[in-house]
Design a protein. Structure first.
Length: 457
């Protein structure tokens, strides 16, 4: 069958030999051949792994066992994450076949699987072990190349997930080891330069901010634009705060949770109790202050509420109950002061959403044809005109039509989802009928704005 090119039938028959006649001398080579045909000729890793499982039971304790487990692990990789069974096989080889060729292959394969799962610390640890234990130059070169890639990917992952300081520390350590892969070295240097720019950006006056580049994306990458807000969204309060939003009245009450008094047990607790009893009654009873709270302005309807990345500020959009004025306001939870960032009476001019730039006292929000970078008090602002990219059928940016806004962990990239308006439609959205329900679906464009500092290259 195999000589006639009937690989499927041949692979099945080879396995049948091993299953029906496990004690025969033909069983082991037949199962090897079955796995090879399913894997190499037919690309059927599922059936290949089944053949190698049968073979694994037959060769236990024999010289071929390591090679069989290695083949089984490789075919199991194609099942995809979480790679549990494949990792178990590689772990078995690393533990029981130490010093043999299968062990070094299993070690490198484990690092490769951790990379595929984006488990960068685990992958880095495996490659560090490989550099310490592998003996052949070719295998060491593979480990050295792969660990450099992991350095860069781990740094980027940490940076854009909000762990900026940890990422920068790791990037500095990686560069100190003199990476030899040009793309890795350049990527780490670019990341550190970006961090240097970000630190200046967090501290400088808003008037020094400028828009470096504007483009239109398919949709913002949620793994990169991690800080965001959507029109009408009411985000949950961070630890230590109770936030109650009344949907009907469109108002909120914010209350600080009381700090629990720790229980002191044992000898230390008895000592504290004895000390209190010695004091006067008035001294032994501490004064309990009323928990601080804030209530939104009853003259305004609150349209959406958003928290800063570190939970230090609360921002919201509101409109007059009996007027046309829109406002964006910020509450500093440390100083207990409220600031009005912006106010507008022009309907549709001001976007009803804002985002706090991490690690700074700045917010960004859309207004007319501009993206505005402002301090949280609203006294200092920079209005960055969003220029339409060159091309045909490119929609115009309108701040009042922004549905959502988000930014990267360092605030240097801002993404805005804007309801599309087509020329000739007036103020109406281009809409589609969706199904029998007749509901209208609005199309959105995702605008990306890169921010930088005036004078920076």
């Amino acid at each position: 069958m195999e000589s006639e090119g009937k690989y499927q039938e041949a692979a099945v028959k080879y396995r049948e030999v091993g299953e029906k006649y496990p004690g025969s001398r033909e069983a082991i080579p037949s199962l090897f051949r079955s796995g090879e045909l399913f894997d190499a000729r037919l690309g059927d890793q599922k059936n290949a792994s089944e053949s190698y499982r049968v073979l694994k039971a037959l060769v236990e304790g024999k010289p071929e066992a390591g090679e069989v487990i290695l083949r089984l692990a490789k075919t199991l990789e194609y099942a995809g994450p979480p790679f549990r069974e494949s990792l178990e096989c590689y772990g078995n080889i690393r533990k029981n076949y130490l010093g043999k060729p299968e062990s070094s292959k299993a070690l490198l394969a484990t690092g490769r699987l951790y990379e595929a799962m984006r488990l960068w610390p685990e992958s880095r640890s495996i490659y560090e072990e490989a550099l310490r234990t592998l003996t052949t130059p070719a295998e060491k070169d593979i480990a050295w190349t792969r660990i450099q890639s992991v350095w860069l990917l781990e740094c980027l992952g940490l940076y854009f997930s909000g762990k900026v300081a940890e990422s920068v520390t790791l990037a500095g350590d990686a560069l100190s080891r003199s990476p030899t892969v040009p793309e890795v070295k350049r990527g780490l240097e670019v990341l550190l330069r970006r961090y240097s720019l970000a630190r200046k950006f967090w501290d400088i006056h808003p008037s020094m901010v400028m828009a470096e580049e504007t483009s239109i994306m398919v949709m913002p990458d949620q793994s990169r634009f991690i800080v965001g807000g959507t029109v009408g969204d009411v985000q949950e309060a961070p630890d230590g705060w109770d936030f109650m939003y009344d949907k009907k009245k469109k108002s909120f009450v914010l209350k600080e949770k009381p700090v629990p008094v720790p229980n002191v047990a044992g000898a230390a607790g008895k000592a504290v109790t004895k000390s209190i009893k010695k004091r006067k009654d008035t001294e032994a009873k501490p004064k309990i202050s009323k928990a601080w709270s804030y209530r939104s302005n009853p003259d305004y309807e609150v349209l959406g509420c958003w928290w800063s990345f570190d939970g230090k500020y609360l921002g919201w959009a509101a409109r007059e109950r009996f007027g046309s004025r829109r406002v964006l306001e910020v509450l500093d939870l440390k100083t207990r002061k409220k600031w009005q960032v912006v106010s507008s009476s022009s309907v549709g001019a001001l976007g009803e959403v804002m985002v706090f730039i991490p690690n700074s006292r700045k917010v960004v929000y859309p207004m007319r044809r501009y993206l505005v970078v402002s301090d949280i008090r609203g006294g200092s602002q920079s209005m960055l005109k969003i220029k339409t990219p060159v091309g045909k059928n490119i929609p115009e940016f309108q701040g009042g039509r922004v549905k959502a806004i988000s930014c990267s962990a360092d605030g240097l990239e801002v993404a805005l989802e804007v309801a599309r308006q087509v020329k000739g439609d007036g103020k109406k959205d281009r809409e589609k009928k969706s199904g029998a329900s007749g509901q209208k679906a609005v199309e959105y464009d995702a605008w990306k704005v890169n921010l930088t500092i005036i004078g920076e290259e």
